[in-house]
Design a binder for this molecule. Structure first.
Ligand SMILES: Nc1ncnc2c1ncn2[C@@H]1O[C@H](COP(=O)(O)OP(=O)(O)OP(=O)(O)O)[C@@H](O)[C@H]1O
Length: 222
């Protein structure tokens, strides 16, 4: 059973000047444990595809199944729960909460989920797994480097043990050496922890990390 499957998925944005077809009949299946890149020119539908995979948006037509749940017919509350329980997001902008410490940022999704016990220990365990030193746990995001902030964001994405990670240009704000370290970390999470990773990127060097690259052109898989 794939972790994500799309059957004949279309997404149309109705605009006064005419409909914009962002996705035009996409079929895909992403299996557990895969590392998949999504590439394609600007405007080809990558963000639209990632948003639907992340249940941040719904298709105009077609069938989408995420973590064995069909999203057709789900309301906003159902989609929110699906995101919270099954999907880890990593963005180009790290999106950490500036007023919370590093460990509190990672603990936050556990608290949102209503977990009462062991949240601090779980957050510390995942921070250690992504290579953040204990001395940094009580720092604020603004007090650590961009590469360290992205590691913290990856820890936050992993803390609820999601079915898969969706990454949108995760190295886009980092210098190439730091970007390589982040890719090595994602690669290790994929190989050693069996995490499914789906990543949108413009950088062709990333293909060496991936099992497979999905190329979009004009809303279709090329
Ligand atoms: N909210 C929206 N309303 C109207 N049109 C939209 C909307 N979002 C995206 N589009 C259009 O849908 C098409 C696909 O856009 P999308 O952002 O998915 O492409 P992309 O491949 O992610 O592009 P980029 O690499 O520039 O981020 C484009 O023609 C875009 O203008």
């Amino acid at each position: 059973m794939p972790v994500i499957s799309f059957e004949n998925v279309t997404k149309v944005y109705p605009l006064p000047a005419g409909d914009v077809v962002a996705l035009a009949g996409v079929d895909l299946a992403i299996e557990k444990g895969e590392f998949v890149l999504i590439m394609g020119p600007s405007g080809s539908g990558k963000s639209t595809l990632l948003n639907i995979m992340g249940s941040l948006d719904v298709p105009t037509s077609g069938e989408v199944t995420i973590a064995e749940k069909r999203i057709g017919g789900m309301d906003d509350d159902d989609l929110t729960l699906l995101r919270r329980d099954h999907i880890g997001f990593v963005f180009q902008q790290f999106n950490l909460i500036p007023l919370l410490s590093i460990v509190e940022n990672v603990e936050y999704p556990l608290i949102l989920k209503g977990r009462q016990n062991g949240t601090r220990e779980r957050a510390e365990e995942v921070l250690q797994a992504v290579g953040i030193e204990k001395t940094h746990f009580t720092h604020k995001p603004g007090e650590i480097s961009g590469g360290q902030q992205q590691r913290v964001a990856i820890a936050r994405a992993l803390v609820n043990d999601p079915a898969f990670l969706l990454c949108d240009e995760p190295t886009g704000n980092l210098d190439s050496k730091t970007g390589t370290a982040i890719m090595t970390l994602l690669d290790r999470m994929n190989r050693e922890e069996g995490k499914t990773v789906v990543m949108v990127t413009h950088d062709p060097r990333m293909t060496e990390y991936a099992d497979r690259t999905i190329r979009l052109v004009d809303g279709r898989i090329a």
